[in-house]
Unconditional design. Structure first.
Length: 119
């Protein structure tokens, strides 16, 4: 399993960014995908999740109405569109998938992409 995030950068408050996570090594179209973030000195926190078909999504309260998670199963990629960014959105953003085996569960993470919101 490999997850590679991209699209992070420096943006002013109120600006937008679109993060991408390219997946390989598993059947992407059958896997739910999630975005998490970790700010300096804080624990990693949930941001958004999407089901395998893209038919259902869920968001942290802090990003509802500003962020949109989507996916393209033909390209094995999940996205996070971030609008109206705030200073408190500054963090390293990670994508994640979970693989279930016989009696086991393994969480896979990408390496992360830095998002910095600053004036």
């Amino acid at each position: 399993v490999q997850l590679v995030e991209s699209g992070g950068g420096l943006v002013q408050p109120g600006g937008s960014l679109r993060l991408s996570c390219a997946a390989s090594g598993f059947t992407f179209s059958r896997s739910g995908m999630s975005w998490y973030r970790q700010a300096p000195g804080k624990e990693r926190e949930f941001v958004a999740t999407i089901t395998s078909t893209g038919g259902s999504t869920n968001y942290a309260d802090s990003v509802k109405g500003r962020f949109t998670i989507s996916r393209n199963n033909a390209e094995n990629t999940v996205y996070l569109q971030m609008n109206n960014l705030k200073l408190e959105d500054t963090a390293v953003y990670y994508c994640k998938t979970v693989r279930f085996g016989l009696g086991s569960r393994t969480d896979y993470w990408g390496q992360g992409t830095q998002v910095t919101v600053s004036s």
